[in-house]
Design a protein around this ligand. Structure first.
Ligand code: NAD
Ligand code: MG
Length: 377
């Protein structure tokens, strides 16, 4: 198997390479991309010896060449990232980029006939219908890396029956059980303390606001061709059940495991096969009680906004995704407060006229509207 890893230096990228290192011997890493952590990229280049590497610009190229031995092709810029996703002989492109940067390389890789192992949920949030339609036309497999979606997909294996309901589980994030006043003054440092998962900064903030679960609702709609009404969100603080599927006879399938992203990453790369691992095993006698509660929509308005965007469809999820990404960055830099994230999205929803999506251009126009909205302040 030949794979390209976009976003190789991030949380999912590094865990993908760790999974390859320990479980997928004989896999050839043909392309790697990094962004700000060039030192980490250099050490991956030394180890995996890809044919192609992407870095953002010329300075990063110079730095990379100072830090490692590399005689292959170095690509830069937005077009370069697309070439990195398309112009190799990779069978699978792992998209572990964060945010909007993930959409164009996913689409280009699909058009180039590459299968996609998708961590970048923002791709499906902003342009899910478009991406899934093109993948279907081209006969491309999009396998989910997101743990909940991997769980749903595993529960659906071998079944021709349609799900009656998908139960998307959520840990509830670091602010579960906190009062509104306390959440209102929470800092980025508070929000970055996720109870169960160690992830990149953006998804960790999205998990604190429950926007992550809203993004995942939209992701699930597209991956499994289900309307939002058939996807229920259930808080399960232990993150042992990664999601469930209920069938028309009332039977419920759950996929369980320790919270370890290497499992969904491995399955996305190896399915339908199961590959033996020495990863820690779930010990039912010592994992404690598994509990469930409904999400608190009052304290976590981002989830309500995302449910609204999921039900409305069209260009609204792309607008929400754009504004959320900007607001999360502002929050991480302590420029806005936690509830400002949802307030800004809410304000945009009040005045935005939703359009239907027929091409990537409609998404770009929606994002331009969102950028202007943010500039107006
Ligand atoms: P991260 O921030 O740790 O890593 C992101 C990667 O993208 C890095 O390699 C970074 O250098 C690169 N990058 C950032 N901005 C870029 C840009 N503008 N252009 C090109 N490259 C850029 O993020 P992560 O936690 O690994 O998450 C990656 C994706 O996977 C996200 O969409 C996230 O929602 C999803 N995801 C992550 C986890 C997790 O456990 N981390 C779980 C499920 C889904
Ligand atoms: Mg997830």
């Amino acid at each position: 198997m030949k794979i390209s890893v976009l976003g190789a230096t991030g949380s999912i990228g590094l865990q993908t390479l760790d999974t390859v290192r320990s479980c997928l011997l004989g896999t050839n890493i043909v392309a790697l991309s990094g962004y700000s952590n060039i030192k980490a990229l250099a050490s991956l280049v030394d180890e995996f010896k890809p044919e192609v590497v992407w870095v953002p610009d010329r300075d990063a190229t110079t730095r990379l060449l100072e830090l490692c031995e590399f005689s292959g092709e170095i690509l830069t810029g937005e077009d370069g990232l697309i070439s990195c996703a398309t112009e190799t002989n990779a069978d699978i492109v792992v998209n572990a980029l964060v945010g909007r940067a993930g959409l164009a390389p996913t689409l280009a890789a699909i058009n180039a006939g590459k299968n996609i192992a998708l961590a970048n949920k923002e791709t499906l949030v902003s342009a899910g219908e478009l991406v899934m339609n093109i993948a279907r036309e081209k006969g491309i497999r999009i396998t989910p890396i997101d743990s909940e979606h991997s769980a749903i997909w595993q529960c659906l294996q071998g079944s021709s029956a349609l799900p009656e309901k998908i139960i998307l589980t959520a840990s509830g994030g670091p602010f579960r059980g906190w009062g509104r006043e306390r959440i209102a003054v929470a800092s980025a440092q508070d929000a970055l303390k996720h109870p169960n998962w160690d992830m990149g900064a953006k998804i960790t903030i999205d998990s604190a606001s429950l926007m992550n679960k809203g993004l995942e609702l939209i992701e699930a709609m597209h991956l499994f061709a289900q309307p939002p009404e058939k996807i229920e969100i259930l808080v399960h603080p232990q993150s042992i059940i990664h999601s469930m599927v209920q069938f028309c006879d009332g039977s419920v399938m759950a996929q369980m495991g320790l919270p370890d992203m290497r499992l969904p990453i491995l399955y996305a790369l190896s399915s339908p096969e199961r590959v033996a691992t020495n990863f820690p095993r779930l010990d039912f006698l010592n994992c404690g009680a598994l509990t469930f509660e409904p999400p608190n929509l009052e304290n976590f308005p981002c989830l309500s906004l995302a449910i609204h965007a999921a039900k409305t469809g069209g260009t609204l999820p792309a607008v929400m995704n754009f504004i959320n990404e900007w607001a999360v960055n502002q929050f991480l830099q302590n420029k806005i407060s936690f509830y400002n994230i949802s307030e800004i999205i809410d304000k945009a929803f009040d005045i935005y006229n939703v359009r239907t999506v027929t091409s990537l251009n409609d998404i770009r126009e929606a994002e331009s509207w969102a950028a202007e909205f943010l500039e107006r302040g």
